[in-house]
Ligand binder design. Structure first.
Ligand SMILES: Nc1ncnc2c1ncn2[C@@H]1O[C@H](COP(=O)(O)OP(=O)(O)OP(=O)(O)O)[C@@H](O)[C@H]1O
Ligand SMILES: [Mg+2]
Length: 308
């Protein structure tokens, strides 16, 4: 199967001499939602900008739907919609005009039916005659998505689509993105909200200091790197973990009233049975217990920290 986006040996050094991308290799599968995670300045926007033809690569090759983004720029670009990180809209235009105009920029013939569908799908239809400056921030963001979809792209890049958007609207946006995927559009999004990646992505890529440090199925990532924690609520608080339990690397929490045991879900043995036996032998009684799977956020933080 041909990948919808294929990035090979891509590097970028800005004119300032700063190297923002180092030998990036990445393939995006047709129809997937791919989330690119990384701290501020990791190179996410740079990577997207190169794929969309806004920034020139220093080295490497990028194909969009099989078309080289440099030698076949128009063919490549026409397949791509981009919702940029920075909000930029023409304040005095109406929603309808600005979205229709975007389509024209790609040399596509007018298609009011398509524009209407996009505006309806994004719940902007009743605002079609409103000037952009009269819209709320969330509506403006949806206008940007409408513009990006105006020319019927197969690939949609969303650079921080929900930055500064409230929780409710964020959930609405997730619905919009999922619905788009249902129509066959491939979606690549960057986000700082790990929950967003956890909720939406089929695969996750992590970029740090210009290097892709990991690409993995989300479910696999959570299974492989995910650790579980067993928390025991003690009947009486401890001021230290007894020496005979040192091997379990227990942590005391909640002012000594909880013992936390971390274990690997992949391990052959979790060690829980032995732990409970040894706790009993040490005379430590507990009144309740819970287990918790580490979140993608914890996985991400520890991954990026390892690279520092
Ligand atoms: N035009 C430019 N000239 C020089 N350096 C740049 C330029 N654009 C970006 N950079 C640098 O490249 C690095 C990567 O920036 P980029 O915008 O790609 O990061 P990002 O991962 O999108 O970050 P954020 O999460 O903050 O959006 C940063 O150190 C940035 O300062
Ligand atoms: Mg960015």
């Amino acid at each position: 199967m041909q990948h919808v986006i294929s990035v090979s040996n891509l590097s970028k050094t800005y004119a300032s001499g700063f190297q923002a991308l180092r030998n990036v290799n990445l393939e995006i599968r047709r129809g997937e939602i791919f989330a690119l995670l990384g701290p501020n300045g990791a190179g996410k926007t740079t990577l997207i900008s190169i794929i969309c033809g806004i920034v020139n690569p220093s080295e490497g090759v990028v194909l969009a739907d099989g078309h080289d983004i440099i030698t076949e720029y128009r063919a490549a670009r026409s397949r791509i919609g981009l919702v940029p990180q920075e909000l930029t809209t023409d304040a005095f235009e109406t929603v309808w005009a600005t979205v229709s105009f975007s389509r024209g920029l790609f040399g596509k013939p007018a298609n009011p039916g398509h524009i209407e569908k996009v505006l309806r799908d994004l719940s902007l239809w009743d605002k079609k005659d409103s000037k952009i400056m009269t819209l709320s921030g969330g509506m403006k963001r949806r206008v940007l998505i409408a513009k990006a979809l105006s020319h019927e792209p197969q690939i949609l890049f969303l650079d921080e689509p929900t930055a500064g958007v409230d929780v409710e609207l964020r959930r609405d946006m997730w619905g919009v993105v999922r619905a788009l995927r249902e129509t066959g559009v491939t979606i690549i999004l960057t986000t700082h909200y790990i929950e967003e990646a956890e909720q939406m992505a089929d695969r996750i890529g992590v970029i740090s200091k210009g290097e892709i440090i990991l690409v993995e199925e989300k479910a696999e990532l959570m299974r492989k790197l995910g650790r579980k924690q067993l928390t025991l609520q003690l009947q009486s608080p401890l001021d230290h973990v007894p020496a005979e339990l040192a091997a379990y690397r227990l942590e005391l929490a909640a002012e000594g009233s909880e013992l936390v045991y971390s274990y690997d879900t992949q391990g052959e043995r979790t060690g829980i049975t032995a732990l409970l036996k040894d706790l009993n032998a040490a005379g430590i009684r507990f009144k309740d217990l819970q287990t918790k799977q580490s979140s993608l956020e914890e996985i991400f933080v520890s991954l990026v920290r390892e690279r520092r």
